[in-house]
Design a protein around this ligand. Structure first.
Ligand SMILES: [Zn+2]
Length: 438
């Protein structure tokens, strides 16, 4: 008898982005998967067993770019006039308090767990300690940042100089790096909000600690043009000149890229991700070309204010966008096949959360970050190709169980560490009190 802490018994398993196998047992010991074998092939004695019948087990979804601090803006951004960042997001974030952040993180954690997202990167906000406490308790695998910028004219509550801005991340790092499943990333909010001094300082502190550095990159034409005007070169060229690029840099969005910038991303092994629904108002990336160069972007939600945190929607929006923009003109219906999109989600996502070769597969030695999907709902049967059906028809509501680092965060849709009912009442009361529920 082999001992294990958790056994998923006789399930259908999407072991990676292109393989679905039936009748497998998955054994977990501690935080890792210790065996994936044919049902009954080995004898396990498990502390806890999840029956796999009627379920698909698949790697947890990874949100490579979200904003806890914008969680309460859900429903308040759609159809807003540009530029949303200066008109809506920035004024709202400048009013954040520890209380708002605690509530935002609770609602975000619930939404992620219930939609199957096991890991995420927060692009950075304020009062991050309050969010970190909630995320540590939730058990999610989270990479957190402090919103870092030093441009002139910011609201008083969030205005700071370069030294102070980086110091905030230093403190966050000291308190939360490797606490539970949390990591801390250094960040540059966007290049046009950061001075040369801040860019170098944040990059230097990240390097000293071996931490990741992230920034919003090449998202708007106006932002790219602004850097060209200020620096006489494009955003990634500027970062290369500043010496801050490496495989420990995550460039969110990365939509409007020159040939030279794509080569720079490749050369340094920079990690990138797209946020399809949010990006639709900005630009269409040339992802087929990135993939051809061996660059696999992950997917992000860009926070709940852009269509919620479910990545199921993002995958299909992206597939549709790629087909109409790159597939149809080239008569190529397979410009973004489901297998490739899952590869981007799992492997691009694992890269974004700095877990390459550790997360994103159901394989011996990998971290036990996975979800189960109910297969006995009408929408998923019958299916001639389960991987394609899950891609086309899978939804947040189909997720039944979630395991992160070997721990059960949700069982049969019941979230373990968070009080769902209490949080719902609290956030609705809050929205009412603030007059935010039109
Ligand atoms: Zn963002």
């Amino acid at each position: 008898m082999e001992k294990c802490s958790l056994l998923i018994e006789n399930a259908t398993v999407m072991t990676d982005f292109e393989t679905v196998e039936k009748n497998l047992d998955i054994a977990v010991y501690g935080e890792k998967i210790t065996a994936v074998v044919k049902h009954g092939e080995r004898d396990f004695s498990a502390k806890k067993v999840i029956r796999g019948k009627g379920k698909l087990v698949m790697p947890g979804l990874i949100d490579s770019h979200m904003h806890t601090g914008q969680q309460l803006l859900k429903g308040l951004v759609l159809d807003a006039k540009p530029i949303i960042w200066t008109r809506v997001m920035l004024p709202f974030e400048s009013t954040l308090t520890p209380e708002k952040m605690r509530l935002s993180a609770q609602v975000a954690a619930l939404e992620m767990i219930k939609s199957g997202t096991t890991g995420f990167v927060d692009a950075g906000s304020y009062h991050m300690d309050a969010a970190a406490e909630v995320y540590a308790e939730s058990g999610l695998r989270g990479c957190l940042s402090y919103s870092t910028m030093d441009e002139e004219g910011l609201p008083d509550t969030i205005a700071m100089d370069a030294k102070q801005a980086v110091k905030e991340t230093d403190s966050l790092y000291d308190r939360w790096q490797n606490q539970g499943n949390l990591k801390v990333y250094y960040s540059l909010r966007a290049l046009n909000s950061c001075s040369d001094h801040l860019t170098q300082l944040a990059a230097g502190h990240a390097k000293e600690r071996g931490a990741m550095l992230q920034a919003h990159m090449n998202e708007y034409q106006g932002e790219v043009d602004g850097i060209i005007r200020r620096e006489g070169m494009r955003p990634y060229e500027y970062l290369e000149k500043m010496g801050v690029l490496s495989s420990r840099f995550l460039g969110a969005h990365s939509l409007i890229l020159s040939e030279e910038e794509k080569e720079i991303i490749k050369k340094y092994g920079v990690k990138v991700c797209h946020c399809p629904f949010s990006n639709c108002g900005k630009a269409v990336p040339d992802t087929p070309d990135l993939v051809q160069r061996g660059i696999f972007p992950g997917f992000g939600s860009d926070g709940a204010a852009h269509g919620g945190l479910s990545l199921w929607n993002e995958l299909r929006i992206f597939r549709s966008l790629m087909n109409i923009y790159h597939g149809v003109p080239n008569r190529n219906p397979k410009v973004m096949p489901a297998e490739l999109l899952f590869q981007m989600l799992f492997e691009g996502g694992a890269a974004a959360i700095d877990e390459v070769g550790q997360c994103g597969r159901i394989k011996e030695g990998y971290k036990a970050d996975f979800i189960t999907i109910s297969l006995d709902t009408g929408r998923l049967i019958p299916s001639g190709n389960l991987l394609h059906t899950i891609f086309e028809c899978g939804e947040a509501g189909d997720v039944r169980d979630m395991v992160v680092g070997g721990k059960c965060l949700m069982e049969n849709r019941e979230v373990k560490a968070l009080d769902e009912e209490r949080i719902r009442v609290e956030v609705e009361n809050y929205m009412e009190k603030e007059g935010m529920n039109q």
